[in-house]
Write a protein that binds this ligand. Structure first.
Ligand SMILES: Nc1ncnc2c1ncn2[C@@H]1O[C@H](COP(=O)(O)OP(=O)(O)O)[C@@H](O)[C@H]1O
Ligand SMILES: O=P(O)(O)OC[C@H](O)CO
Length: 501
């Protein structure tokens, strides 16, 4: 029986997806299931780790059933995941001790402020490439150990395990046989030294985290054990794991230094490959491990934007002025422009390049003439403005001008947004034929590890352009609109606090 497929498990913030790829990198089947989000307090975001696992298993089984692909037809599985989201579970029972704290959650902002006051930023940045922010896993783990009854004592006895979503899935897929993560996910925890490639004792002590909690760190392409036979009807090798943004960089075939992609999902994440060099940012970006292959790792510069497609979800679920995210495209096109309206979606503070945990969202420039279409348009435009903020930082850090930006992710399907993006950047935007590049990257990592594909040269040839968007906005207009955006952001930064009760 031919092993003609790789199964990618893409556990994103919005949904769990299972996608089958054939040898030509074509999608042979895909099943997706939306996930519940919990917002128990302002600025808090949680998910149910059991639901994450069950939904991921369900979509994997469903795509195999729908396509008639069995475990014997799978050469390997590759896992990719929303990063930083933190799960702690009991080693003996495999039960999570609480809901997962999602990457967007701001509950640990006071802990971060305390660490900043101790002047620890510099040391942490030098070792991890990251900034001190509630976004990363370190303070989330600390918070759970200190707030879930009995957790710290159990952790100290070695009874608990921590994992980002990749580790949680690997643990469950292997029936609790393997507690592991990969370099790219480890590099998002604030606990991993990205230069020595090891958990750092000084950082563990800063965050007060017992080492027994931590997973073993492995290369992103390589062995992560195999699935319990009863889960998918046979044992399948788990041969790849990577954080979703790094996987998307790989899936976009950005294998060489200077190549970059931007993913428009829940958030927006631009990553540039910097090769074997860990470039330290001076412009508010983070340095992260792109992937580890064999015994070496490659690095990337990253601009992380916390709210992108999530702004459309809010218009749909919070305000109820959209039927679906996709409808935003036709609504935005109903009007010539946003009528001077700016939407700053700082629902959970602002990430790169501002890193302001206390900022909160605003819609500015409202007049009696403002209608639904202008607000929807302003929300979409905010994705493009935030991307310009990040691209300018990246070009500054890397001392280069990008010739074209490769895009992917759910909202990259929006043609209005992609054209506005090209216009606001003054740079060509290139959308590939496969925009499921996160899953594709995970499949590539796993496929290379088991010899399903011969090497990155073969994969580069699989990258096909679907549509390119050329900038056509006059420079004067571009600059005026962007200046308006910068002014709008200036109004929400916490240096100018809103009075809050
Ligand atoms: N046509 C569209 N226009 C704008 N936003 C969209 C469109 N389709 C999906 N989105 C947004 O993209 C996000 C889903 O993209 P996806 O890549 O699946 O995200 P994630 O990996 O974060 O779960 C949602 O936040 C949704 O609102
Ligand atoms: O779920 P996504 O695709 O928006 O990605 C989330 C990021 O990994 C968070 O760092």
């Amino acid at each position: 029986m031919e092993r003609g497929y790789i199964l990618a498990l893409d556990q994103g913030t919005t949904s769990s997806r299972a996608i089958l790829f054939d040898r030509n990198s074509r999608i042979a089947g895909m099943v997706q299931k939306e996930l519940r989000q919990y917002f128990p307090q302002p600025g808090w975001v949680e998910q149910d780790a059991e639901e994450i696992w069950q939904s991921q298993l369900e979509v994997a089984r469903a795509v195999m059933r729908q396509t008639g692909v069995s475990a014997e037809n799978l050469a390997a599985i590759g896992i990719t995941n929303q990063r930083e989201t933190t799960v702690i579970w009991e080693k003996r029972t495999g039960k999570p001790i609480s809901k997962a704290i999602v990457w967007q959650c701001r509950r640990t902002a006071p802990l971060v402020a305390g660490l900043k006051e101790q002047g620890l930023d510099g040391m942490i940045r030098a070792k991890t490439g990251l900034l001190l922010d509630a976004y990363f896993s370190g303070t989330k783990i600390q918070w759970l150990l200190d707030h879930v009854a009995g957790a710290r004592a159990k952790a100290e006895r070695g009874d608990l395990l921590f994992g980002t979503i990749d580790s949680w899935l690997i643990w469950n897929l292997t029936g609790g046989r393997l507690h592991a993560t990969d370099y790219s996910n480890a590099s998002r925890t604030l606990l991993f030294n990205i230069h020595t490639l090891s958990w750092d004792p000084e950082l563990l002590s800063v965050f007060n985290i017992p080492p027994s909690l931590l997973p073993e760190v492995r290369p992103s392409g390589g062995s992560f054990g195999e699935t319990l036979p009863e889960l998918l009807g046979g044992a399948v090798p788990l041969a790849g794991a990577a954080g979703d943004q790094q996987a998307a960089l790989f899936g976009q075939a950005c294998f060489r230094p200077g190549m970059a992609k931007n993913t428009y999902g829940t958030g927006c994440f631009m990553l540039m490959n910097t090769g074997a060099k860990a470039v330290a940012s001076e412009k508010g970006l983070v340095t992260t491990i792109a992937w580890g292959l064999d015994k070496r790792v490659e690095y990337a510069l990253e601009g992380s934007v916390f709210v992108a497609g999530a702004a459309l979800q809010w218009l749909r679920d919070g305000l109820g002025i959209l039927e679906s995210a996709a409808e935003s495209e036709s609504r935005a096109a109903q009007v010539e422009d946003s009528g001077g309206v700016y939407f700053v979606p700082a629902f959970v503070g602002l990430g790169a390049p501002y890193w302001d945990m206390e900022a909160r969202g605003a819609i500015l420039g409202l007049t009696r003439g403002t209608g639904r279409a202008q607000i929807i348009r302003a929300a979409l435009e905010s994705l493009a403005f935030q991307t310009r903020d990040v691209l300018e930082a990246m070009e500054g850090d890397a001392s280069l001008k990008l010739r074209a930006l490769r895009v992917d992710g759910g909202a990259s399907a929006n043609n209005f947004l992609m054209q506005f993006q090209a216009d606001i950047l003054g740079t060509r935007v290139e959308r590939p034929a496969i925009t499921e590049t996160t899953a594709l990257g995970a499949a590539y990592l796993a496929g290379l590890a088991v010899g399903f594909w011969s090497g990155t040269k073969e994969l580069e040839k699989n990258w096909l352009l679907q549509q390119s968007f050329q900038p056509r906005m006059p420079e004067m207009v571009r600059n005026r609109l962007y200046e308006g955006w910068q002014e709008a952001v200036g109004r929400v930064l916490s240096a100018k606090p809103l009075s809050r009760t």
